[in-house]
Structure formats: C-alpha cells, structure tokens
Design a protein around this ligand. Structure first.
Ligand code: KG4
Ligand code: ZN
Length: 334
C-alpha cells in the first residue's frame, strides 16, 4: 500500500510517499524558514503564501523521486489539524483536489499523531506506548494503548517548549529558529544562573511561560544595572531548567502508568542534543524493560513522511475524510 502524505501546518510545505507504513520512497520539504527568519519568527500570512507557491511542485517532486504516479498511490493523507489555519488550509484543499481528481481516498491526519508515528519509520512500535511530543506548538505526554487510541496524560498549560526556546533565543539576539541555536550555544556554557522552575498542579502537565519570563527578567535586570552576563551560561541554564522539567514529567509517567512497553520522543525539540543524551544516558538505563526510541533529526522536525505513516495506520482503521473536510487550527489529539 502506497500513501502520499501532505503537510503544511507551519512553515514547511512537505510531501512524501511511504510504502506499507514503513518504507520511505520519497520525502520532499520546501520551507519558508529563511524568509521567516528575517522577521524573527513565523509570519502566518507569509507561510500561507509560500505554501500556495510550493505545494504543486513539492508533491510532483515526491512522486518523481519515488518513480511513481498518482495511479500507484492508494490514498492521500493530509494534516488537517492543528496548526496555522491559513497554512493548514492550503494542504487540505490541495489534497482534496488531488484525491478527488485521482479518485483516491482522502485520509485526515492529526499533526501530533504524525510526529509520534515518525518513529515507525525506524522501528516497530510496541504498545502500550508513551510518547513525549515536544515541538514549536506542542508539549504533551501521550499514552497509546494501541496504535489507534490516544490519551493525553499531560500538556502544556501555557507556552510550548519550542516556543520558549525560540523566544529566549530571540531576546538573546539569536536567529530564528532559536531552538538549534540555544542547543549549540549551551554546549559552551554552564548552568550557573538560577531561573524559575516550572510548576504545575498535575504532575504530568507542563508550563514554560514562567521560565521564559524569568529569562527575560534576568536580561532586563542585567541591562538596567549595566551588568554583563555570559550568553552561553544563560542558554545552558535555560536549557537545563527546561529539560529537567520535561524529564521530571517523563519519569513520573514511566513510574506511575502501568504496562508501558515503549517510549518514543517526537517533534522538533526532540532534535535537541542535550535532551537526546539525557534520555538515552539517564532515563533509559533506569527502565530496562522499556524500549526507548529517539528518531533521527530528520524525522523530528516537520515532514510529510510522518503524515504518510500516520495516514497509513488511520486508513487501515477505516478513517476517511469527505470533501467537506476543513482545516482545524486547534483540534486536540483524540
Ligand atoms: O516539530 P516542529 O518542526 O514544528 C512544530 O510542529 O512546531 O518543531 C519546531 C520547533 C522550533 O521551536 C525549533 O526551535 C525547535 O523545534 N527545535 C529545537 C531544536 N531543533 C528544532 N529546539 C531545541 N533544540 C534543537 N536542537
Ligand atoms: Zn510539528
């Protein structure tokens, strides 16, 4: 079974072909990130316009790279939620038109499910599974009893972790996207500055706005008092505080949720080198009965291969969209 995945929720226009839910035939990503960097973050209107310009060629290239035509495709899977509404609409409408004209079924995919199932491109998934989804728009701990049932155990009460990385980088004068910049700079620093530790009522929820404000206040205090600070130390202090908060929730879930067989990381922030090291060196060894998977960097950030994989699973479970489907900016994972 060959599924064409289409993704356009943020600033990546992506298309990919995946066979039988695990063999990647092609994976094409066009991005407006360089243009967005001029503005220090994603400008939704620019993202939508670039999606309109890129989408035809991106899908065409995905078919060409795989050596396939639409006749070979069994279903078209598209991210319909959540994301920047104008951006998601471009992918959804393109996919609708393509599926209708080619006479193929259309499968709706939730972006978070896509991030989680990116891991199926690397390894067999074992259920019950716990997924830590960390991206520019999401911070969630998701429990999957099986491949078709999602329970959100905890989620951010305010900012997503990637958003906090990007905002802190921005006030430190680093280019967008800030996550990889903080990651790089933090390697040269030490966690010497005390910042506000995230606190939440539910031990599996997250909160990053207090930590983000604490960094902003630290910088303005230094400016007011004409004091200098070491940027690498601030990047490192922020990253350590944010990641410790993440891992505290992960440990809690692994200790308290019965029967977990597999832990996967997902989303753009899973590309963070320190997070990857902490999971594999400090968390995984404490749970020898649980399989730990952290996808390669290319599977962490937005792509359409993950949408094709999640689409294959959704298709197998009978999920179809009709031509009335629209984009949903904020639909939670269900
Ligand atoms: O999953 P993704 O590509 O898009 C969303 O669905 O949001 O995630 C993008 C986020 C951005 O906030 C970016 O700064 C962050 O992932 N990111 C990182 C790293 N690489 C990307 N954050 C920390 N360290 C990294 N190495
Ligand atoms: Zn994403």
């Amino acid at each position: 079974m060959i599924v064409l995945g289409i993704e356009s929720t943020c600033d990546e226009t992506a298309a990919a072909l995946v066979e039988d839910g695990r063999h990647l035939l092609s994976n094409v990503i066009s991005t407006s990130v360089k243009e967005q960097a001029l503005y220090g973050g994603v400008v939704p209107e620019i993202a939508s316009r670039r999606h309109c310009e890129f989408i035809s060629a991106t899908v065409k290239k995905a078919l060409l790279d795989a050596g396939k035509t639409m006749d070979d495709v069994d279903a078209v899977a598209v991210t319909f939620a959540p994301g920047l509404i104008g951006a998601v609409l471009v992918g959804v409408n393109f996919a609708k038109g393509l599926a209708y004209s080619a006479g193929k079924p259309l499968v709706p995919v939730h972006h978070i499910a896509g991030h989680i199932f990116a891991n199926a491109l690397i390894t067999d998934l074992h259920f019950p599974l716990l997924a830590l989804v960390v991206s520019g728009g999401h911070t969630e701990l998701v429990y999957l009893k099986d491949e078709n049932s999602f329970t959100v155990l905890g989620e951010t009460q305010d900012d997503a972790i990637g958003e906090a990385f990007d905002k802190v980088a921005r006030v430190m004068g680093l280019p967008y996207p800030g996550g990889p910049q903080i990651d790089k700079l933090a390697k040269e620093g030490h966690p010497v500055y005390a910042l506000a530790k995230p606190k939440t009522e539910n031990p599996m929820d997250f909160s990053f706005s207090g930590l983000k404000s604490s960094v902003l206040q630290f910088i303005s205090r230094c400016e007011r008092k004409n004091e200098t600070f070491v940027p690498a130390d601030l990047a490192c202090s922020f990253q350590e505080t944010a990641l410790e908060a993440l891992l505290q929730r992960v440990r809690y879930a692994l200790d308290h949720v019965e029967g977990i067989r597999h832990f996967v990381a997902a989303g753009g922030v899973a590309a963070n080198s320190r997070l990857r090291a902490l999971i594999s060196e400090e968390i995984a060894p404490r749970y020898p009965d649980i399989q730990f998977t952290i996808p390669p960097l290319s599977c962490c950030t937005d792509n359409a291969a993950m949408i094709a994989v999640a689409g294959t699973i959704a298709y197998q479970h009978g999920r179809r969209a009709d031509l009335g489907i629209s984009a949903d900016a904020g639909l939670p994972l269900q």
